[in-house]
Design a protein around this ligand. Sequence first.
Ligand code: NAP
Length: 325
Amino acid sequence: MKAIVITSPGGPEVLQLQEVEDPQVGDDEVLIRVHATALNRADTLQRKGSYPPPKGASPYPGLECSGTVLSVGKNVSRWNIGDQVCALLCGGGYAEKVAVPVGQVLPVPPAISLTHAATFPEVACTVWSTIFIMSRLSQGETLLIHGGSSGIGTFAIQMAKYRGSRVFVTAGTEEKLAFCKTIGADVGINYKTQDFVARVKEETGGQGVDVILDCMGASYYQRNLDSLNFDGRLFIIGFQGGTTAQVDLRPLLAKRLTVQAAGLRNRSLENKAVIVNEVEKNVWPAIAEGKVKPVVYKSFPLSEAAEAHRLMESSQHIGKILLVP
Ligand SMILES: NC(=O)c1ccc[n+]([C@@H]2O[C@H](COP(=O)([O-])OP(=O)(O)OC[C@H]3O[C@@H](n4cnc5c(N)ncnc54)[C@H](OP(=O)(O)O)[C@@H]3O)[C@@H](O)[C@H]2O)c1
């Protein structure tokens, strides 16, 4: 089969389409002919050599895909050859075929095209497992999403609105903020021109928000603590603003705050299967009702993976970028 190989750690040019061996399907796995895969920010880190795939995972990038089942392992009963599916991957989506543990395979959501189904597994599993399962965001609570126009952000806005939250977002341009409002964001904050702590306080009568989904880490840590309400929860999913910070801990104690962080890819297969199952139960109905829609900025042929990475690193996009083999 053909796959995108990272020829050495480096810039987008190290992503090369090459002929490689087909993946072998294990007893508890499903072999998928990839119809589409979507980029995630982590793919750019893997390309640079700072986010290696877990032991036993495919060396090729790609954390999610949609496609058609080509074969199933002997312990797999739910799926049959020819089924259209999408899947959360440990890697290997930038290829014509990928073998996936059966617990990470999902049906294509109703009324969604096979191509667009590739946009959901990674964002749905990340957002559901963090702000909904671990931070227990509930109806009537307020949520601040940093990077509202990202792949993660555009999904989180829609899902949080569906579940009855008031949603605040940050983004770096007015155009991105305007888009976030069209998909449900209530308050948009331009992080380049505005102080998000002040805006959050102003919009919440001085209280702060209940939950924050953060992709910045160190550079926003203090400001995130300062933006939370009593019993607030900060969930960190990315370190775009670094990993080391000096912090005044007093807001943690004074406001009874909870800080958590987690990555999806390094969880156990059992743990991922639980999350995928919860996503099918709780997120797929929202997609079926048309309340959560795919947000696709641009599609590239698989052979142009380098161009797709350049686009993601330029941060011009809104939502997801697709690769189609
Ligand atoms: N822990 C996990 O399991 C997990 C899983 C998936 C994703 N993630 C993380 O989630 C984040 C989004 O991922 P993605 O794949 O959706 O990437 P993406 O579409 O490339 O989004 C990156 C986002 O970061 C925003 N950003 C950059 N600097 C910012 C700042 N100073 N303040 C606020 N926002 C800022 C960008 O906003 P502008 O374009 O407006 O500048 C953009 O929306 C990444 O950090 C990724 O590593 C974590």
